[in-house]
Design a protein around this ligand. Sequence first.
Ligand code: PMP
Ligand code: GLN
Length: 382
Amino acid sequence: LLAADGTVAATIFAEMSALAQRTGAINLGQGFPDEDGPAEVLDAARRAISDGVNQYPPGRGMPVLLEAIAAHQQRFYGIRLDPQREVLVTAGATEAIAAVILAFVRAGDEVVTFEPFYDSYGATIALAGGTHVTVPLLAPDFQPDLDRLRDAVTDRTRVILVNTPHNPTGAVLPRATLELIVELAERHDALIVTDEVYEHLTFEAPHVPIATLPGALDRTISISSGGKTFNTTGWKIGWVSASAANITAILAVKQFLTYVNGAPFQPAIAVGLGLPDAFFTGIAATLAAKRDVLSAGLVAAGFTVSQPAGGYFVVADAAPLGFDDGAELCRRLPELAGVVAVPITAFVHEERRAGYSSLLRFAYCKKFELLERAAGQLAGLG
Ligand code: PMP
Ligand code: GLN
């Protein structure tokens, strides 16, 4: 995890945000919203601090949040959870991913993910000494070839790690693919770990948690977070739901990673999870409109765009503009267009970068006027 010179290599997101800050360019690199979320949620955190909710909360998470997570899973997906035994609060989805991988993956165990993959997957699999096996998602639709998926899962597979809606591609896995994943996990006795941080940000159809598929619940570990749903990425309140035995194994790791996290933010996220349906449909509709503004701008600028079905990001191919090296283009984009993006090669193992070299990820979780300004500036690229 260290750079060749022994220093800590900054994540691509930190590097690109620093580039935006240094150059004053519009930051469509790191995925975080530039507006606050619902006032009820923010007020609840302020109130909790005033009310003295400032010391270590319980190890599993505060009962009010555990109950709100269970009620949310029941309300949106019909999943029944025992809040005291089948839910665990974590420091964002990031800690959940690390704790789950460290809990279940031993040296030599294989973990199957799609590729491109969110950066922490590769890092935590490496920390656990696991072997990372990937199934490619290719432009333009970024859906996996199901035969390649079948080939990737074997008796050596300990975990199939799924992420839908997907970062960085915006792909949403259809039910048939989720069913195949459940079938393969059953056949090879693997766990399914599912990262659903964008569960409320789907644009075509409601999110289908893999845990709701027949036969999936017992072997599935579901991960989500309040960051994306409530525009509170800096609060780092995430959670895991799974069988009681699996939660116990994950808690055993979590207690030595952070012990506990974010006391006053926990009751606030509980308020968020209980907001009326209109809130949840509203955020998806607004984000879809933002996606459309940025996608149209990218198309007008000459990129080939893969329209995302969910999440924060759109992938644009710069090859039609004559740029074949996306990493190089991202370094120059502040000067060429006053915009920062992230190269898709940052989400891909070195040996597979060639297949993704001209692709860029742009975040549209930003104010409309900023997206319109970015679109205008990018129009000068061609
Ligand atoms: N998984 C995915 C797919 C993400 O995009 C992110 C962050 N945006 C995370 C996990 C991390 O979530 P958190 O900020 O809650 O740790
Ligand atoms: N998940 C966000 C992204 O993909 C950023 C998270 C981070 O900086 N680690 O941009």
